[in-house]
Design a protein around this ligand. Sequence first.
Ligand code: SAH
Ligand code: MG
Length: 194
Amino acid sequence: MDLKIEELEMYAKENHIPIMLKDGITFMLTYIKENQVKNILEIGSAIGYSAICMCLVDKDIHVTTVERDEKRYQEAVKNIRKFHLEDRISICNQDAFTLELQDTFDLLFIDAAKSQYIKFFEKFTPFLKKGGVVFSDNLNFHGLTHTTERIESRNVRGLVRKLNDYISFLKQNTMFDTKFYDIGDGISVSIKRE
Ligand code: SAH
Ligand code: MG
């Protein structure tokens, strides 16, 4: 049976899986198309939604993606198979920090634990080609990273602090030229300087 993208979006909604928001994914897919991105590394596959969307932009696109949650990984494998993309999406069921890579990539997409963005960036950007790009999702965290009000939950406060640290880290990083977009849940685009 063939599956439609809308069905993945519905499944994600019903099961509270935090896939990319529609305008966010559209923005990233436009970049991929316009810049002829071919090799992509994604951190945080969830059910495979964004990896599948990226692959569908062009038949020469390959995605390597990693998901630590066993149930979401199983669901992603099923979805990738239903879209007949098992030759173009390599998915690993492990913590991203244990991932070993040989290849280099045109695009790195960071969309996993918000507290670890700096660490993901440091571990994976050495595998980025010159002129390559890093997309990072959820930098607004539902508007919380910009709020001046006191956040009640200690846990949420901690995550907001980590995301703001990441935003400062990107601004100060002279190896990359970063722009921030108020699209979806907040996306940064960091281009590796030549
Ligand atoms: N990119 C997906 C959504 C990912 S949601 C999409 O838009 O379709 C974030 C996912 O990252 C979650 O499923 C979570 O289990 C996973 N994750 C968080 N930290 C991780 C880590 N350190 N290693 C691997 N996966 C991680
Ligand atoms: Mg996200």
